[in-house]
Design a protein around this ligand. Structure first.
Ligand code: ATP
Length: 253
């Protein structure tokens, strides 16, 4: 469905992503795992096209020079130069790390804003799907987003992305800073999304452990480079990966 080929991103002369190649097949859930500053957000922003927008803004204000090399193909089309709004129309949606919701608007207003590309009928259908996946949002539909907890806001942020009914959903650190209990709820919701909306997903996270039950394959990124890639069994059975990203020693068990 999507292939990233030799993607390289520089912020000025500092390399953030170094010749990364990944491929994502239809209906898969792919994990992109790596520590702080590994380049996960840069990768997600490049796939969604957001980095092109940042590049232009930085250029206009004489800020950081961003250089992008490599290629992104989506459904056999080269989308490397395509603007983020065009990618959304093709079904690629990004839910950013600590996604900003409209804090003065209530839950339903936030979801409605995200449905501006849909017909009335689609909007209604998507809204009930989002409430089915996150029943908590239904009980809070008139609550101002700014008055929700971090975990609830994260559910809303994913709900907002779902309103566009993406075909490829990119989730950047959806579990970041959430309690284990809320993490479990979100992981369950992600599985439900896959089942009920038949969606392909790429999920970036620092730790693999909460993701392992749901991913099909994963890539480990370190210092902007691909350190390891494979199915979840090979990730789990690799002693270095286990130690660094699962919080368990190889001898444990
Ligand atoms: P985190 O989990 O901390 O968000 P990450 O894996 O998502 O980390 P990135 O945010 O992609 O990593 O950052 C990769 C590198 O690029 C870091 O060294 C970071 O400082 C640098 N970087 C990211 N955005 C910019 C920017 N706009 N200008 C300059 N450098 C940047």
């Amino acid at each position: 469905m999507m292939t990233v080929k030799n993607l390289t991103v520089f912020y000025e002369n500092a390399i953030a992503i170094n010749k990364i190649s990944i491929d994502v097949r239809q209906d898969e859930i792919i994990g992109v795992i790596g520590p702080n500053s590994a380049g996960k957000t840069t990768l997600m922003n490049t796939i969604s096209g957001l980095l092109l927008d940042t590049q232009l803004k930085e250029e206009r204000r004489g800020g950081v020079r961003i250089t992008i090399f490599g290629k992104i193909e989506y459904e056999n089309e080269d989308i490397t130069g395509l603007w983020p709004d065009k990618r959304v129309r093709k079904g690629i949606c990004l839910c950013r790390e600590r996604h900003p919701v409209f804090s003065e608007s209530d839950v339903e207003e936030n979801l409605a804003i995200a449905a501006h590309l849909s017909s009335k009928k689609e909007k209604k259908e998507n809204l009930s799907l989002v409430y089915e996946i996150f029943p908590k949002l239904l009980t809070m539909r008139k609550r101002k987003a700014g008055l929700m907890s971090g975990g609830e806001q994260q559910m809303l942020a994913i709900g907002i992305a779902l309103m566009a009914k993406p075909r490829l959903l990119l989730l950047d650190e959806p579990l970041l800073g959430l309690s284990p209990n809320i993490q479990v709820q979100l992981v369950d919701a992600i599985l439900k999304i896959k089942k009920e909306m038949t969606m392909t997903m790429v999920i970036a996270e620092q730790f693999a452990r909460p993701l392992i039950p749901i991913i099909d394959r994963g890539y480990i990124i370190e210092n902007g480079m691909l350190a390891f890639g494979g199915d979840k069994e090979s990730l789990y059975n690799n002693p270095d990966v286990r130690k660094a990203y699962f919080g368990v020693d190889y001898d444990e068990e």
